[in-house]
Design a protein around this ligand. Structure first.
Ligand SMILES: [Zn+2]
Length: 187
């Protein structure tokens, strides 16, 4: 349920993050239900528009999304930059996005991060960490990879990533869907 980047990107911000952690357990009291952060709304709108072109209409009425420091999961090499947190008691899900990464992300990267987390929360999609070859380059096969595809992977291949997400992961029955591309095992 996590989107991760290499820790090297974060060397300069580690102290900042340590000082500004917010407990996920308190999110419902901070935000209230079913709110989308205004700075995220355009990317939710783009995701919904794209989904509709594949005949898919996700129900996001029980989703709350905010760009906010959160108590992200860490290991030796990765930092979590987004997470879907289901709240079964309140019958809703929270998506939290790490501000320090959101601010430097490209437009393409932002919409794919939002699409990744919405796919977790709305369609219960799991991570898919395969690779594929496109235009003679090996790229992460899906935005549902546990590691966000790089700018170099995303920007020339946005149509591929939308096709893969909605056709392969969401199982769209749409004339927009091409034949599946060959997948390679990671590593
Ligand atoms: Zn994830």
């Amino acid at each position: 349920m996590l989107f991760r980047l290499t820790r090297s990107v974060f060397i300069g911000v580690t102290l900042f993050l340590l000082v500004h952690l917010t407990s996920c357990a308190n999110l419902q009291f901070v935000f209230g239900p079913h709110q989308v952060d205004p700075e995220v709304q355009p990317y939710v709108d783009e995701f919904m528009y794209k989904a509709a072109t594949y005949g898919i209409h996700p129900d996001i009425s029980k989703i709350t999304i905010h760009v906010v420091e959160f108590d992200e999961d860490r290991d030796d090499n990765m930092v979590t930059i987004g997470e879907c947190i289901p709240d079964f008691f309140m019958d809703q899900s929270y998506i939290v996005i790490l501000p320090i990464t959101w601010r430097w992300m490209s437009e393409d990267k932002r919409v794919m991060l939002v699409g990744h987390e919405l796919s977790h929360c709305v369609a219960s999609l799991q991570h898919f960490d395969g690779l594929t070859v496109l235009n003679d380059k090996v790229i992460r096969a899906s935005i549902m990879n546990s590691v966000l595809p790089t700018e170099e992977m995303l920007e020339p291949n946005m149509q591929y990533y939308w096709d893969e997400l909605f056709c392969q992961e969401w199982h769209a029955n749409s004339s927009h869907c091409p034949f599946p591309s060959a997948l390679l095992p990671e590593n």
